[in-house]
Structures are given as C-alpha cells and as structure tokens.
Design a protein around this ligand. Sequence first.
Ligand SMILES: Nc1ncnc2c1ncn2[C@@H]1O[C@H](COP(=O)(O)OP(=O)(O)OP(=O)(O)O)[C@@H](O)[C@H]1O
Ligand SMILES: [Mg+2]
Length: 381
Amino acid sequence: MSIHPLPPPKAPTGLGRLPVARWFLLIGALAGGAFAAGVVVILALLAQIVALNPRDDVAAQLGRLHAALIVVFAVLFGCGIGLAVILRYAVLKPIEQLGAQVRAVAGGDFDHALHVDRPAELAELSSHVDSMRRRIVLAWRAASDQADELRRSNGELEQFAYVASHDLQEPLRKVASFTQMLEQRYGSQLDERAKQYIHYAVDGAKRMQLLINDLLDFSRVGRVTGDRSVVDSGAALETALENLSATIADAEATVTGGELPEVVGNRLQLTQLFQNLIENALKFRSDEAPVVRVEARRDDGFWEFSCSDNGIGVEPKYADRIFLIFQRLHPRDVYPGTGIGLALCRKIVEYHGGQLWLDGDAEGPGATFRWTLPAAGDDDD
Ligand SMILES: Nc1ncnc2c1ncn2[C@@H]1O[C@H](COP(=O)(O)OP(=O)(O)OP(=O)(O)O)[C@@H](O)[C@H]1O
Ligand SMILES: [Mg+2]
C-alpha cells in the first residue's frame, strides 16, 4: 500500500497571492520613505528658520529642538530596523522553514519531522501538526500491514481452494466411473435396493463433481488474472447470448440490451458475468415468458449496469444471502444449480473494481441486479 503525494495546493487568488514577506517589504518601504521625507522636510524647515537670524534665545531653543529631533529620528530608525530584523528572523524565516517541511511531507516523505523552535506560537503549531503526522503515519502503516496480511491469507485461501478442487477431481472421477461400472456389469445380479443405492452414490459423486468444478471456476477469478483491456460490453453480451441461444429459444424468452459502453476488463469474465445473470433470469422465471433487459448508465467514473427480469423475484431479506457461495433459496429438484453463479458474478465485478447488488427498490415484478464497472479511459482517476 502506498500513499500518493498530495496534489499541488490551490493557488491563492486576488491580493492573497502576494507572500506576507512582500507585504511587509512594501509597507516597510512606504513607511521608511514617508519617515525619510518627514525628516528631510523638518530639518529643512529648521534650517530655514535658522537662516532668518532669530534672537539668541530662540536660536538656542531651535538648536535644542534640532538635537532632540535627531535623537528621536535615530531612535525611530533603530526601532524600524529592529522590527524588520525581528520579523525576518523570528517570524518569516520559521514560517519558511515550516513551509519547506510541510512541502516535504506533502511530497511523500512521510517520515520528515515538522519542527521549528521559535516563535512560541509556531513552535506549538508545528509540534501539534507533527504529532498528527506521526499518528496518521502509524495508523496508515498498521492498515497497510493488515492489508498485506489479508492479501496474503486471501491468496493462500484461493490457492487452497484451487488445489483442493483440482486435486479432488481425479479421485472423484474414479468413484463416479467405478460405481457406474459396478452398476453396468453387476446390475443384473443386484436387487432393486442395491441398484437404488448405487444410483444415489453415482448421483452424489456427479453432484460433487459439479460443485468442485464450480469451486475451481470461482477460485480462478483473480488468481488467474487474465488480460485486461478495453472491452466492448455490448460484444460481451452478444457472446453470452450466443452461448445461451438454445436456452433462450426453449424458454421463448426476449432478451434486449440497451446501448452498452466500453469498459476496462477481462472479456471472458465479463461474458461469464452476463451469462450467469441472464441464465438466472431465464431459470427463475414466472408463468410468463421471460423478458430480460440489460442496460447501462454513466455514473461519474463508472458505468452502472442493470439486468432486470420478470421472473419470480427475490425477497429483499435474501438480498445478501444469494451472493454467498453455494447458497440457494430453492430445492434442487425445482430449480437446478449449485448456487455459485451469483458468488462468481460478485467476485468478477469486485475483481474489476466495481460492486454488484440486488436492487431491492426496483419497480415491477422479477429481480433487478445492478453492478458498476470502471469506464474505459477513466481507470486512472
Ligand atoms: N433472477 C433471479 N430471480 C429470482 N431469484 C434469483 C435470480 N437470480 C438468483 N436468484 C436466487 O439466488 C440464488 C443464488 O443464485 P446463483 O446464481 O448463485 O445460484 P443458482 O442459479 O441457483 O445456481 P448456479 O448459478 O450455480 O447454477 C438462486 O438459487 C435463486 O434463489
Ligand atoms: Mg445461477
């Protein structure tokens, strides 16, 4: 896990564009100019009065005023210089220092400490911001470690599911075929009950084969990453419909698709997604001929797809359960299946960075499933 450096800050507008140091410089220059002009004018006035040859006592008073004014001007000048030095070294420099440190952190160097010694207000502010930085970095590292751990254990689980389902296929095939051979070869010597037991055994083994194959498909999504490219989802839907053409014809179903966009993804998996959802819409049909509609609409950087049907629908309380692996709401003899289709669909969508859910508020009979996929060209957003 990594944190991207922050984007550059928004540039201030209007008078705020000028750095505070410039403001001080500007106002300081104006004040200094006015002060110098004042000094020159007053001294010139005094010189003019002295040039008029005033009485001796007035001249003495003028001399004292002249000296006092020079002292006052010198003190004021010294104060101005002192203020500028204090401003420069006690305020502007520490602000600059803190700014550089904050820029380093914002640029991605999250271990860069924020610290200035003076003035007291800035020192306090920098210590608060720094403790905030340390806490955020600690929390981020903990979350990052957890995410790594989760990724690792997820990978292990997927690997386990893959190996288990892959390696179980062979012994299971043996059980199924030898039980069938037993039935074929010794069927004539067996009574009805024995035949029935063998039938159950073959049926169980076949069902387990189906479950294991489904599990294998499920564990392949994400593990076998597959190509990702810009995919025309309309073409993926077309392929799914071709694969289902016999089922669609049998059910006398009408499946229509709106204008479907290009998305970033794996073509095979997106076809599988459409196929599973439409297969469900056909399977869980009501008394009427199935009518299925696939649509998409733009939602920020994503496309939101929907697949709605006029079938038996799903009670809202089962909206989460139906996405769990091997969870079904109906007995197998009424609606066949293993219960992996929707779990697989959700895994495919999540692997593509989207979400899949049952729309509990959809109008009309039947079920509406919605899912999001990143739009082509926007995946870096
Ligand atoms: N379009 C739908 N209309 C009504 N119920 C649905 C629909 N889609 C799914 N369901 C319900 O959700 C359950 C889970 O669906 P899912 O596709 O995972 O399994 P399945 O279709 O029963 O088996 P599989 O897909 O493995 O053949 C279904 O058993 C069904 O009860
Ligand atoms: Mg299904």
